[in-house]
Design a protein around this ligand. Structure first.
Ligand code: ADP
Ligand code: ADP
Length: 231
């Protein structure tokens, strides 16, 4: 079964409707790409999948979105927990102004995932390995996460998301601020993460969608106009 199912979702900002009747399934086996022109609602819809739009006071979401069958907009849903289960990576890498180690350890500590220092060390190493960053940073874990290259910072943000054991990872134009070599590394990483996490990537770049995804959702003026296998 799909990890996340969205059914007949509408999103409004005040009176303005940004998403109109969108239904989608997000699975572990496929990377899903959201594509379409600027302003078509890709980012808005992505943010409804982990309730990031809750921070926008005018935003209102209707319809149903489930994670493992649980309605993520139900009053019982713990939003802090939800955002660990559905991680997010932004266009501009945004590591905390803290050490590389602390960037990765922070989430597991908040969520009580480590039972001691050795356990935390293991979580940090595993997360950095999965993000393809371990070999580059293992001798400088106490250096600042913000002192690295943009591509390394973005992989650190991916490691930070991975550290809290997400089921879904949402990426909002994760390569837009990166050079071509760093972009290629992130695309390679997305291939490696496929199957372990359900991945959704927003991109305005059709070639990138073709390279990294198996499913493509094409948005236009808030509507899903095409949805199917990436061709
Ligand atoms: P992008 O094209 O990368 O999504 P935008 O420039 O559209 O970036 O948006 C940047 C920020 O401004 C986002 O947080 C977005 O939610 C917000 N925003 C975009 N359009 C509006 C708007 N019409 N009114 C208020 N905030 C907006
Ligand atoms: P995309 O990610 O495809 O560029 P967005 O989801 O950012 O599109 O925006 C979809 C529409 O919603 C746009 O018309 C944008 O101006 C509007 N919008 C986005 N964020 C806000 C916001 N915080 N407040 C009001 N309108 C917004």
């Amino acid at each position: 079964p799909p990890k996340m199912e969205a059914r007949n979702v509408d999103v409004f900002y005040g009176a303005k409707q940004a998403i109109k009747n969108v239904s989608i399934d997000v699975g572990m086996e496929n990377v899903t790409a959201f594509i379409g022109p600027s302003g078509c609602g890709k980012s808005t819809f992505l943010r409804t999948l982990n309730r990031m739009n809750d921070t926008v006071s005018s935003a209102r979401v209707t319809g149903e979105i489930t994670l493992d069958g649980d309605d993520i907009y139900s009053p019982e849903m713990d939003v802090v927990q939800l955002r660990a289960r559905v991680g997010m990576v932004f266009q501009k890498p945004n590591p905390f102004p803290k050490s590389i180690y602390e960037n990765v350890a922070y989430g597991p500590r908040i969520h009580g995932l480590a039972s001691g220092k050795a356990d935390m060390d293991a979580i940090v190493e595993k997360s950095l390995r999965r993000a393809g960053l371990w070999d580059e940073v293992k001798d400088r874990l106490s250096e600042s996460g913000t002192a690295m290259s943009g591509g390394q910072q973005q992989r650190l943000c991916i490691a930070r998301a991975i550290a809290v054991e997400p089921e879904v990872i949402l990426m909002d134009e994760p390569c837009s601020a990166l050079d071509p070599i760093a972009t290629a590394k992130i695309e390679e990483l997305i291939h490696e993460l496929r199957g372990r996490y359900a991945i959704v990537i927003v991109t305005h770049n059709m070639q990138q969608a073709a390279r990294v995804s198996q499913r493509t959702a094409f948005f236009h003026l808030g509507t899903l106009v095409e949805y199917g296998d990436t061709s």
